[in-house]
Design a protein around this ligand. Structure first.
Ligand SMILES: [Zn+2]
Length: 142
């Protein structure tokens, strides 16, 4: 489908995030004063309010903090071809939580605490979205 909303990739606070995603890298803002890595990107550190920030590449591993399976498409039929799909809050190993899709999810087995890794989805809306894929469990489950 076309007509999906496109994030504002030109916003000064978030542009480096989207530029990194286009290179298939996950980068988050890091406070140069207190060391906090945070999300979403913003002009000031949420820990100490410093504006001395830089960008750090993160590993892209994390765990499912919570999730939902979407069955009803939003915005009329914009997502009609995509349902059902999974939207989750991922807690990255570096600490920040971010809202993202989980692709190829086995929703019968998906659970809070599952390990995930970032993958990148190059969208027809000319944006690359960081999304996540579940890491198969070592006990034979998925
Ligand atoms: Zn700080």
């Amino acid at each position: 489908m076309t007509g999906k909303p496109r994030p504002d990739v030109g916003d000064a606070a978030t542009a480096p995030y989207w530029e990194a995603a286009a290179r298939h890298e996950l980068m988050l803002p890091r406070c140069d004063r207190c060391g906090l890595v945070f999300f979403p990107p913003r002009q000031l550190c949420p820990g100490c309010w410093s504006d001395e920030l830089s960008w750090q590449q993160v590993g892209g591993g994390g765990t499912v903090w919570t999730f939902t399976e979407v069955h009803v498409p939003f915005y009329d039929d914009t997502w009609a071809d995509d349902v059902p799909y999974v939207v989750a809050v991922i807690e990255l190993d570096e600490g920040p939580r971010l809202l993202a899709g989980i692709v190829e999810a086995d929703t019968e087995r998906l659970a809070i605490g599952d390990r995930v890794n970032v993958v990148f989805e190059d969208r027809p809306e000319r944006v690359t979205l960081p999304v996540f894929r579940v890491v198969p469990r070592l006990d034979g489950g998925s």
